[in-house]
Design a protein around this ligand. Structure first.
Ligand code: GLY
Ligand code: MN
Ligand code: MN
Length: 438
């Protein structure tokens, strides 16, 4: 794989150089300095939180473990990597740079964070780094003009990035298969999670986000990250939202399963899946993402009606907010170097923000889809006590079949999530392709 990536990577760096040239010119800067950043220390402790490298740094390099290192780019010059390789017998130090990417950089190896800072160029510098933890001797300025330009263009993945995202999906798919087997074998949430990690060959800290592994009613907790250590008496349903990383790129995958014999819930899953695939098919250049989200509300309301949960038209379910009781989150978000990637609301490369449609406070993407963008499509239907209680007090309550709601409540909820590339033609479904390729 490494060998095959070399030409794609060269093209990727050429693209990043062009973008950086424009961003620096717009902001009036001579140099782009990107910190990998440094580990964050726990309060009153000598331990650090898991290190996560600055996504801008990972955009240039497939290096996820290089604390204190810097990418330095000056227009007209080959990019530089100031690589910190400490003299340290307590820890494993980052390995010397090697692989398909090293030819694209002039590499300087130093031993300390301070030595790295000392060799950074002077002049008008755009320094892309977190404010905290600060790095002694250099101030992060994160100029808005530069950041806006870079974030906007991060929306358009290069062929190299797409290859890494395919890999992240392949790893996630293998791990999802192991998790489903563990569910069918009657494992606890904790046991399923362990099976997932083992198959992904990634530890928690390496995953792009905290896995959601919920049995039964736990599927109704949107961000359930608890992991019961003992299996329930009966495992009726299983919702898993878990991704994987590949050289700093994320996958974000959700599947929902019914145990054998739970036919009504399986039928509801089948309907959500059919709807989800129809939304994926609409990931096309020119499609407004918020319009797709609202369309999803209508289709999911129809699913609720077909399964006897509501007795109103899709239109009135959406108007009255009933669809949001059962589908209370956004249809999806941009994904890439971060699971919730940047620029989902941005108006243009000069910044700005496109507001969410009224009544949809959790939507994370308000842009029109264009080739090269990667978004998730993750509709869901849930039976969430808190939201159902609110609905009981509203006039629309009379059009709800509460007995049906009670019958579905022990299953928690359903979400089905794929990562989808918008192309010039048919969408590329990274997740489904990974599942069908094996
Ligand atoms: N796993 C987080 C999300 O689906 O957005
Ligand atoms: Mn997602
Ligand atoms: Mn997810």
């Amino acid at each position: 794989m490494s060998h095959a990536l070399a030409p794609l990577y060269a093209q990727h760096i050429a693209t990043l150089r062009e973008r950086a040239d424009k961003a620096l010119a717009l902001g009036g800067f001579d140099h782009l300095l990107i910190a990998a950043s440094t580990p964050l220390r726990k309060f009153l402790d000598d331990q650090d939180y898991p290190f996560v490298a600055n996504p801008h740094f990972r955009h240039w390099l497939p290096l996820t473990d290089a604390p204190g290192s810097w990418v330095v780019y000056t227009p007209g010059h080959k990019p530089k990597l100031i690589f910190v390789q400490p003299r340290d017998y307590w820890h494993v130090v980052p390995a010397a740079p090697s692989g398909y990417w090293v030819d694209q950089f002039d590499i300087t190896i130093v031993r300390t964070y301070a030595e790295a800072v000392a060799v950074l160029p002077k002049g008008k510098r755009a320094v892309i780094a977190p404010a905290c933890p600060s790095i002694e001797g250099v101030e992060a300025n994160n100029p808005q003009t530069v950041v806006d330009y870079l974030h906007w263009h991060r929306s358009y993945k290069t062929p190299y990035e797409l290859e890494l995202m395919r890999e992240a999906s392949r790893i996630g798919m293998c791990a999802h298969r192991a998790a489903e087997r563990a569910f069918r074998a009657g494992e606890s949430e904790f046991g399923i999670h362990m099976a997932y990690l083992a198959a992904a060959r990634q530890i928690d800290a390496e995953l792009p986000y905290a896995s959601i592994v919920g049995l039964n009613e736990h599927g109704a907790v949107l961000h359930y990250t608890h992991f019961d250590r003992t299996p329930p008496t009966q495992s009726r349903s299983f919702l898993i939202d878990a991704g994987a990383s590949a050289s700093g790129y994320a996958s974000d995958i959700t599947r929902t399963y019914a145990a054998a014999g739970h036919n009504d819930f399986q039928a509801l899953i089948d309907s959500v899946e059919k709807a989800q695939l129809s939304f994926v098919a609409m990931v096309k250049a020119g499609q407004s993402y918020p319009e797709l989200h609202i369309h999803a509300h209508h289709v999911l309301a129809d699913v609720l009606r077909e399964h006897g949960v509501i007795r109103m038209s899709a239109e009135s379910a959406v108007q009255s907010g009933v669809s949001a009781t059962f589908f209370p989150h956004g249809l999806g978000h941009p994904i890439g170097l971060q699971v919730h990637d940047v620029a989902g609301f941005q108006t243009s490369e000069r910044g700005g923000s496109i507001p969410r449609p009224d009544g949809h406070p959790y939507l994370r993407m308000t842009r029109v889809l264009e080739p090269g963008m990667v978004v998730t499509i993750e509709p869901g239907l849930y039976f969430i006590d808190m939201l159902l209680e609110e609905l009981r007090g509203k006039p629309a309550s009379k059009d709800i079949d509460w007995a049906k709601v009670a019958a579905f409540r022990p299953y928690g909820g359903i979400r089905i999530e794929d990562d989808v590339v918008c192309t010039e033609g048919a969408p590329e479904n990274l997740t489904r392709n990974a599942f069908t390729a094996s």
